[in-house]
Design a protein around this ligand. Structure first.
Ligand code: HSE
Length: 309
C-alpha cells in the first residue's frame, strides 16, 4: 500500500502567467493538499473521502483519479487493477491547484506502485496533459510545483523543463479561499486571445526582473515585480471585492498581493509574522463569503509530492 500527499499551489505568483508557480504548506505543520492511497486489487475501485469529496463527480469516469489511472495504464501498456482512496481536501475551482493535487498525487502514487516505469520528465508531461484536459489548455504552473516543490519556472523548447527558482525563505504567503468556486476554464475563456505589444513587453520586463531579483536576493524588488497584466485586469470582476481587499492588505503592510491561479483564492506576501497574522485576520473577517472558506499562513513547500507513513 502506498499513501501519497500532493501540496496545494499558487499558479501565477502575480507574475509569470502559466509558467511560474509555487507549492505551499501551512506554517502550523498541517496539510493543505490531497492524499491518494493505492492498494493492490483484482479490479479498479475508487473511494472518495475528505473535506470536499461531495464536490466530486459521481460518475467514476469523470473523476480525475480515474482519468489519471486510465492514462497511466495506457502509457505503460498494462492494466494495473488497484484500489484507490482519494482524500479530497482541496476545494474544486478554488485557484489553489486543487485538480493538480489530485493529478500529481495519483500519477506519482501509480508510478511508485508500479516500480517507477516513468521518469520525472515523463511524469511531469503526463501530469500537464491531464491537467490540460481538465482546465481547457495545458499549463504546468500548478502540477510542476505540486510535484517538484518550491517555486517552479516552466520552460519549453523541444521539451518541457521545469526549473527550481530560488525563493525568499522568510516570506509568509497568506492564502485565502472565500468559499466560492470558479471554473478554471471559464476564468481562462474570459481572457483576450491576443495582447498589445506594450503589454507583452511589460509582462516580459516584470517576469525577467522577478527572476533576476530572485537570483540576486533582492526581495523587495522581487515583491514589487509580482504584477499580473495578463489575467488580473480581466478576472477582478469574478472575485468578491478584490480591489478593496488589495488596497486594505497593502495598507496593512503586504509586500505583494494577487489572485492565486485563476481565483477566487487570493494571496498576499509579508516577511513579518505579525503583519502576516493581521492580514490573515482581515481576510478571515472580510474576504470569506461563507463557512467553507479558509485562510492559511504558509511557507513555500520545498518538498512537493511525497510518501506519507
Ligand atoms: N495559470 C493558470 C491560470 C492557473 O491562471 O489560468 C490556473 O490553473
Amino acid at each position: 500500500m502506498i499513501k501519497i500527499y500532493a501540496p496545494a499551489s499558487i499558479g501565477n505568483v502575480g507574475v509569470g502567467f502559466d509558467i511560474l508557480g509555487a507549492a505551499i504548506t501551512p506554517i502550523n505543520n498541517t496539510f493543505l493538499g490531497d492524499f491518494v492511497t493505492v492498494k493492490s486489487s483484482t479490479e479498479f475501485t475508487l473511494v472518495n473521502k475528505g473535506i470536499f469529496f461531495k464536490e466530486l463527480p459521481t460518475k467514476i469516469e469523470q473523476n480525475i483519479v480515474w482519468k489519471c489511472w486510465f492514462k497511466f495504464c495506457k502509457i505503460i501498456k498494462k492494466n494495473v487493477p488497484v484500489s484507490i482512496i482519494l482524500e479530497k481536501n482541496m476545494p474544486i475551482g478554488s485557484g489553489l491547484g486543487s485538480s493538480a493535487c489530485s493529478v500529481v498525487a495519483t500519477l506519482f502514487a501509480m508510478n511508485e506502485f508500479c516500480q517507477k516505469p516513468l521518469n520525472t520528465k515523463e511524469l511531469l508531461l503526463l501530469m500537464g496533459e491531464v491537467e490540460g484536459e481538465i482546465s481547457g489548455s495545458t499549463h504546468y504552473d500548478n502540477v510542476a510545483p505540486s510535484f517538484l516543490g518550491g517555486l517552479q519556472l516552466i520552460l519549453e523548447d523541444s521539451e518541457i523543463i521545469s526549473q527550481n527558482i530560488p525563493h525568499f525563505k522568510n516570506w509568509y504567503w497568506i492564502v485565502s479561499w472565500p468559499g466560492i468556486n470558479i471554473s478554471t476554464s471559464e476564468a481562462r475563456d474570459i481572457l483576450p486571445k491576443k495582447y498589445d505589444r506594450e503589454i507583452c513587453i511589460k509582462n516580459n520586463r516584470y517576469l525577467s526582473g522577478f527572476i533576476h531579483a530572485s537570483y540576486t536576493e533582492q526581495p523587495y524588488l522581487a515583491a514589487r515585480l509580482m504584477k499580473d497584466f495578463i489575467a488580473e485586469p480581466y478576472r477582478i470582476k469574478l472575485l468578491p471585492n478584490f480591489l478593496k481587499a488589495k488596497e486594505k492588505i497593502k495598507k496593512i503592510g503586504a509586500i505583494s498581493f494577487g489572485i492565486s491561479g485563476s481565483g477566487p483564492a487570493i494571496f498576499a506576501v509579508s516577511d513579518n509574522i505579525k503583519i502576516a497574522e493581521k492580514i490573515a485576520l482581515w481576510l478571515k473577517n472580510n474576504y470569506l463569503q461563507n463557512k467553507k472558506g479558509f485562510v492559511h499562513i504558509c511557507f513555500l513547500d520545498t518538498q512537493g509530492v511525497r510518501k506519507i507513513g
